[in-house]
Ligand binder design. Structure first.
Ligand code: CA
Length: 581
């Protein structure tokens, strides 16, 4: 006989009322009793026999970018559900804090790259704040199966359900089921606060919910989102096409020197010579990259075995030369961003002082020369997501021009506008529900252009406050959606080339304090995670204000309004007639 969920809940309440321990509640039968009922989410049926639950004591995490070191106990829970009529299976995974540490919170988490989940990697970030933390496999088969592995049913045939789940539905279901599980598991009678934390693809997943589901979360901490998805994927190919178009494939060491010289020149422009370029906008305005031409570079021969076990080591020769005019032209064209063959802007690029990750060339031992190394994620976008072929690589970019990149961008934009693009700019329902967003982006991100986040913040500002001036609309938006550019930070992490910069490791705590205590952050707390000042707290300015230090010993910057700097972040995408949000 199957007991009703009401009966289960009553049993659960009785257990909790006796000051339950983790051992008491972290059992399969108790979790089965706390599962959402089958009429909770229309179209979803949970399989109670799939429940696993085991207590874990004294788990510890350290050295993480998105949460501080901690030791904690939790109940490790997973179960499966199906979409009625589809005969599929989706796995969800939750870590539930020990009852005495639960603080009426739920945290949804996401993935990175083409993964919808970070596995258990992001879950401690919730548990240490007394939140149940959840993740989903999206129905892709396992927590280590990426979305691209299930994207095609056959060449030419898209598994649209997988795109829908990856685009937004998977996170939504995991979040809804997880919140209901949390209410039942702890017998919550007061408000359950719900949050999100994720970066990169996980950042896009965060926005996918904020744009659609007003009541899902009270707050979202979103880093460097991989939104404007088609633009973003094609951007990874832009550096390669620059090299091909200009007919020059720079040795990695040459580009490294250009980056190091950029950092050296631009570091002091922010008022503090600390190895961190906190003002890449001033760098754009004041640094003449041509000044690097002729400077010598040297990198010793090296062998790396970065690939999977058993893969061949990559040997790079000694690199000894001087920076060429062609090398500088490649670098400056990359920084300028993609324009079509008529000179109209298609997209934006990385800020100066970011490394040239997409521009990496490969050494050909036979020809003894550097050659094109096509970006993996950019190539897969074209072959799999546009051409619908079950392959991840492009042999070459023969006949690919800047116009080709524009066409690929437009094609993907249209094809995935409703699933992956994730730039819907009207956030009125979320705002009216009282939602808060802390959005951050490393200013030296080499994978997702920092200006991509500025573009979206500005699109939301213009769409939601069309009658207000820039400063008034910025102030109105900043009451509930704040953007922070992280000085020197790389893609979703600190930057080894600018080690003294802060990283926003405690953003979820800041968000919780804002949502639950009304402590509105003016600046975002950052922590130095490497180098000689490790552990130091540094405040990060909120956009559109920009950091400026008055003296070398000032830790926290002044946050100033600088119109000419702001203007360097604003772009007109005149290659398209459609608005680009
Ligand atoms: Ca500096």
């Amino acid at each position: 006989m199957r007991l009703t969920s009401w009966t289960f809940t009553a049993v659960a309440s009785a257990v909790i009322a006796l000051a339950a321990t983790l051992d008491d509640v972290c059992t399969v039968s108790y979790v089965q009793a706390a599962l959402p009922s089958n009429d909770f989410y229309n179209g979803i049926t949970i399989d109670p026999s799939s429940v696993s639950a085991n207590p874990v004591y004294n788990a510890s995490v350290s050295g993480q970018n998105f949460f501080p070191d901690a030791t904690f106990d939790y109940c490790n829970v997973s179960f499966a559900y199906t979409h009625n009529g589809r005969d599929d299976q989706v796995l969800v995974w939750y870590w539930l804090p020990a009852p005495e540490n639960f603080q009426n919170r739920f945290l949804a988490t996401g993935g990175g790259g083409l993964a919808i989940t970070s596995g258990s990697g992001s879950l401690p970030g919730g548990v240490i704040y007394g939140a149940v933390a959840g993740t989903t496999d999206g129905g892709f088969g396992s927590f280590s199966t990426n979305s691209d592995a299930v994207f095609l049913l056959a060449n030419g045939t898209v598994n649209w359900e997988s795109v829908f789940m990856f685009g937004y539905q998977g996170i939504h279901e995991m979040s809804a089921l997880g919140k209901e599980l949390t209410l039942n598991f702890y017998n919550v009678t007061s408000k359950l606060y719900a949050y999100y934390q994720g970066c990169s693809e996980g950042g896009r997943e965060g926005w996918s919910q904020v744009q659609r589901f007003a009541d899902e979360w009270d707050g979202a901490a979103v880093g460097a989102p991989a939104f404007r998805f088609s633009f973003q994927q094609v951007q990874h190919l832009y550096s390669d096409v620059v090299e091909q178009t200009l007919g020059y494939y720079p040795p990695p060491c040459e580009l490294e020197l250009i980056v190091n010289e950029t950092i050296a020149f631009c570091d002091p422009l922010d008022g503090k010579t600390d190895g961190v370029v906190a003002r890449t906008d001033l760098c754009k305005l004041k640094f003449d990259i041509k000044s690097v031409i002729g400077k010598p570079y040297y990198c010793a021969a090296s062998t790396s075995s970065a690939g999977p076990p058993g893969s061949a080591a990559v040997s790079l020769p000694e690199q000894n030369g001087t920076v060429t005019a062609k090398g500088v032209e490649v670098a400056s064209t990359i920084i300028d961003g993609l324009h079509d063959l008529q000179g109209r802007r298609v997209y934006i690029s990385y800020q100066p002082a970011a490394t040239f990750g997409d521009a990496q060339t490969a050494w050909n031992n036979e020809t003894q020369s550097w050659e094109l190394d096509v970006s993996g994620i950019g190539a897969e976008w074209v072959t799999r997501y546009l051409d619908l072929q079950n392959t991840s690589s492009l042999a070459n970019l023969d006949n690919v021009t800047y116009d080709t990149l524009k066409e690929w961008t437009y094609q993907g934009w249209q094809t995935y506008e409703d699933t992956l693009e994730t730039t819907w700019p009207d956030l009125t329902p979320f705002n009216e529900a009282g939602g808060k967003v802390l959005h951050f982006h490393g200013e030296s991100d080499n994978s997702i252009p920092t200006a991509s986040s500025v573009r979206y913040w500005d699109s939301v500002r213009k769409i939601m406050y069309p009658q207000k001036s820039f400063t008034d609309s910025a102030a109105a938006l900043n009451e509930w959606y704040k953007l922070f550019l992280i000085p020197g930070a790389a893609h979703c992490g600190p930057n080894s080339l600018q080690p003294n910069g802060p990283f926003p490791q405690t953003t979820l705590q800041v968000l919780i304090d804002w949502v639950e205590k009304g402590m509105e952050p003016v600046t975002l707390n950052g922590t130095v995670l490497q180098g000689e000042n490790v552990g130091q707290s540094q405040q990060i300015c909120g956009w559109p204000l920009r950091p400026l230090w008055k003296s070398e010993d000032q830790v926290n910057p002044d946050c100033v309004y600088d119109q000419s700097s702001i203007d360097t972040w604003i772009y007109d995408f005149d290659a398209f007639k459609m608005p680009v949000y």
